[in-house]
Design a protein around this ligand. Structure first.
Ligand code: 0A1
Ligand code: ZN
Length: 880
């Protein structure tokens, strides 16, 4: 049976399920090529849908894809063929009574499942991924999130799989007559099929325990292959922090007696929140100082927390349908971001999130796949695990938090959890709970959920010295997006402050506040402040209080002033970014006009002050010293000129590196303390700035600078320092030496999957080193695996998404290469193919020449034969 042809699903067509499943009992008899799945379902007519008024009962639809149906019985009797019909995408059954039990037997082949949805094998271990619609690859079932059932799962497997796991609590285990192992799990919480999980393998685990706020002991277990058992500690510590934080900040306690995490090498996404049995991409859970960078440590902390937080925001209260995906994802990203901010530097966490949003989400929102946070339609739901749903969705929740205040927000979340516990609900239900708990009105605010595109706010100000009045006029507009020509004004919270000439914060009202939130609700609004005795400098959109592009005509001097004096750390960084963006944009203009490029003096001056300021958080300084990425520059302008972006950026970095070399060196030496590795915020900040200095030093290509990198590499103290030194040597050092160093690094780490991924990524994303030829060599390397998404992301993704220089080679070879890989991958893993095609979908924004090249690469994909629904949706929408 083939997948159904790509069809568009509409939010407006939503209908409650005709039938509910009260109990689901599953038995798996595991075999790589012939796994038998028996399911026993207790089914009943949904009273909410039951308005047939005496007419016959509607048919029961069970989703099913790539399944071999062996038998189907109703209340103990085999069903005759005329009672059911196999159709593309599932099974339709004639129903004769309002309550009945079904027993269905199917056969599946986990070993042949390269899509990594449903039940599959990773390094010989069985695992599942069911969100969003993977359960239908396991058995026939109403695979939709508003059908919630209690699950019992029995797993039978040969003795070489001693660890057999599923959701809930283990209730039975034993051996079958023929010597195989048998374990039964029972999950008392009703859940949709997308939260089902099963794992079987030869795994080791580490165990810990957590005592909840009401004194219940919860067993915590982290499973991995034996070789990785030494890499579990950080995730376990992070998990315990997250459990405590959710009790303190949201009043949420864990509900089962056991919480398990399993690390797998083959995984399409970061991790999955299956009830009581989270499954993680190894790269997002395993870490040791020798093998993982600081960035990896922090990513692990946040993803472990994210999945744990889903236990309430996602599992106890779930989504009615997939249009509501941001209900759980936006809220949970907001929760994990606040958790990480509490554990580390708040400003730095915010800067990282905003950078992602501005670089990638803004680009998505301006491209052919632009969609509202609650989409109106989709062809393939897997394509909608997007930055818009996750990151912009989190910004919406953050704005509610800003508008209502922390206490009111907590009252709202309490009401939401209490009112909807055990239910499948909508984004609207979330907003209503926030309103009801506080008597608030979020009517206009709701438009954020339905309107796509990034709003632009233009700001003008006026100072009246005689009246001591200062006014800010804000105008908002949102550009048209596919299918949404007309946009309405949004309710936008704009946090601001005003600075006096001495850099001090001015008082804004009679209560003595020095910051405030302006509620922009009209197309244009003026806000006036009284008793302002001098012309102030505004600090606008503090903390990035709304996901918008804000424009105000700051001069270079004003930006330098904000960099030094703004009380809002985020806006100090943002002032620096604006300065860099202005500089880089004029350099691009000069490059295009064939002029000599001006030395970026304002940036050099600003950076010089920063490097000498030892009071500022080093992590913040490192963020300020980092110029906007090529991707971010591409997002900024109206038309992307890849060569101009690369030239402007390289020139600016070189000029800064040369001009400030002594300062970079002094700072590098001061920060290069040889301490045992700890992933604390302070130490991470110190290493971050140190390695930023090292990169600038090496940009000069001076021998002494490159020697510093070599020494740091050879000291081999931790992966953060080693990989930073290696990257600098590869990017700026002589090629032969880089080759040798890469080779010896590989020899040292070839047994370690995560380090090999770092090694791949470092080369493919290197502007100088990662040529297309090199990328092809990496794909031919024995450690490369086309069936492993992490490897594909490291090599092909590193090249197409993080190597602006080589990917946009003027001969168009980068685009053709990507098209080839996408076509090949679509046969193995449609989700990965569909994600990788993203850089090609933005073709319209490039100059005519590149646009033509990218368009023809896309067209070739489109004409290459039958595409998966995933890839078809991306390609057809991009060509439309
Ligand atoms: N819900 C998970 C992410 C996830 C989504 C889809 C997947 O397969 C298509 C897998 C994982 C999360 O937000 O962490
Ligand atoms: Zn999530």
């Amino acid at each position: 049976m083939k997948d159904a042809k790509p069809q568009t699903v509409y939010l407006n067509d939503y209908q409650a399920p005709e039938y509910l499943v009260d109990r689901t009992e599953l038995t798996f008899d595991l075999d790589p090529q012939s796994t038998l799945v028996k399911s026993h379902l207790k089914i009943r007519r949904n009273p909410v849908a039951a308005d047939s008024g005496g007419r016959s009962l509607p048919p029961l639809w069970l989703d099913g894809v790539d399944l071999e149906l062996l038998s189907i019985a109703e209340d103990g009797e085999l069903l005759p063929a005329q009672r059911y019909q196999e159709e593309p995408g599932g099974l339709s059954l004639t129903v004769t009574k309002p309550e009945f039990e079904l027993e269905i037997q199917t056969r599946i082949a986990p070993e042949s499942n390269t899509s990594l949805e449903g039940l599959y094998l990773s390094n010989g271990m069985y695992c599942t991924q069911c969100e969003a619609e993977g359960f239908r690859k396991i058995t026939f079932y109403p695979d939709r999130p508003d059908v919630m059932s209690v699950f019992t799962t029995t797993i039978v497997a040969p003795a070489k799989y001693p660890v057999l796991l599923s959701n809930g609590n283990k209730v039975d285990s034993g051996t079958t007559d023929d010597g195989r192992l048998r374990v039964t799990w029972e999950d008392p919480f009703a859940k949709p099929s997308y939260l089902f999980a099963l794992v079987a393998g030869d795994l080791q685990y580490v165990e810990d325990s957590f005592t909840t706020s009401t004194g219940r002991a919860v067993t915590l277990q982290l499973f991995t292959e034996a070789r990785n058992i030494g890499k579990c500690e950080h995730a376990m510590v992070s998990l315990k922090h997250a459990m405590r934080w959710d009790e303190v900040v949201y009043g949420r306690e864990y509900d089962l007696d056991i919480f398990m995490i399993v690390a797998v090498d083959h995984f399409n996404m970061g991790a999955m929140e299956n009830k009581g049995l989270n499954i993680f991409n190894s790269a997002c859970v395993l870490a040791s100082p020798e093998t993982a960078t600081d960035a990896a440590f922090q990513r692990i902390e946040s993803i472990v927390a994210h999945e744990y937080f889903h236990n309430w925001s996602g599992n106890r209260v779930t989504c009615r349908d997939w249009f509501q995906l941001s209900l759980k994802e936006g809220f949970t990203v907001f929760r994990d971001a606040e958790f990480s901010a509490d554990m580390n530097s708040r400003a730095v966490k915010r800067i990282e999130d905003v950078t992602l949003l501005r670089t990638a989400q803004f680009a998505e929102d301006a491209g052919p796949m632009s969609h509202p946070v609650r989409p109106d339609s989709y062809m393939e739901i897997s394509n909608f695990y997007t930055l818009t749903i996750y990151e912009k969705g989190a910004e919406i929740v953050r704005m509610i938090h800003t508008i209502l205040g922390a206490d009111a927000f907590r009252r709202g979340s309490d009401l939401y959890f209490q009112r909807h516990d055990g239910c499948a609900v909508t984004c609207e239900d979330f907003v209503v709970a926030m309103e009801d708990a506080n008597g608030a009105d979020l009517k206009q605010f709701r438009r954020w959920y339905s309107q796509a595109g990034t709003p632009i706010i233009e700001v003008e100000d006026e100072y009246d010295a005689e009246r001591a009045q200062y006014s800010l006029t804000l105008r908002q507009r949102t550009p048209a997006t596919p299918g949404q020509e007309e946009k309405l004004p949004l309710h936008i919270p704009v946090a601001i402050g005003l600075l006096g000439a001495d850099g001090k914060a001015l008082v804004l009202d009679k209560f003595g506040s020095t910051d405030t939130v302006l509620h922009l609700t009209e197309e244009s609004q003026t806000f006036t402040f009284q008793d302002i005795d001098e012309r102030p400098l505004p600090s606008l959109l503090r903390g990035f209080s709304a996901p918008v592009k804000l424009r105000y005509g700051y001069t270079g001097e004003q930006l330098q002033f904000l960099m030094q004096h703004d009380a809002d750390a985020f806006n100090r960084w943002d002032a620096c970014q604006r300065l860099a963006l202005n500089t880089l944009s004029s350099l691009q203009g000069q490059y295009r006009a064939g002029e000599t490029l001006d030395t970026p003096s304002a940036l050099i001056d600003g950076f010089s002050v920063l490097l000498q300021n030892s009071e500022l958080d080093p992590a913040l300084v490192a963020k300020m010293l980092a110029l906007p990425s090529a991707q971010e520059l591409a997002e900024q302008g109206d038309e992307i000129d890849a060569a101009a972006i690369v030239a402007a950026r390289d020139f600016a970095r070189q000029s800064i590196a040369v001009a400030l070399k002594p300062l970079f060196l002094a700072r590098y030496q001061a920060l290069d303390q040889r301490k045992p590795y700890r992933p604390t915020a302070d130490d991470i900040a110190r290493r971050g700035l140190k390695n930023t200095c090292l990169a600038y030093l090496c940009m000069t290509q001076d021998q002494d600078a490159l020697a510093l990198a070599r020494t740091q590499f050879e000291r081999d103290e931790n992966m953060t320092d080693v990989s930073a030194a290696l990257a600098a040597m590869v990017e700026y050092g002589p090629k032969d030496a880089a080759e040798q160093t890469l080779e010896s690094f590989y020899r040292q780490w070839q047994q370690d999957t995560q380090v090999v991924e770092t090694w791949f990524g470092l080369q493919s994303s290197s502007a100088g080193f990662g040529t297309l030829d090199r990328v092809r060599e990496l794909m031919a390397h024995p450690a490369f695996e086309m069936k492993n998404p992490n490897k594909v992301r490291a090599v092909v993704g590193g090249f197409a998404m993080r190597n602006f220089n080589q990917f946009h080679h003027e001969d168009g070879s980068g685009y053709e290469f990507l098209a080839d890989q996408v076509i090949a991958l679509d046969k193995l893993n449609p989700q990965i193919a569909s994600r990788l095609v993203t850089p090609l979908t933005r073709w319209k924004k490039y100059r005519k020449h590149e646009a033509g090249q990218i368009h023809s690469a896309l067209k070739r994909i489109s004409d290459s034969g039958e595409l998966s629904a995933d890839l078809y949706e991306m390609v057809s929408k991009s060509l439309a």
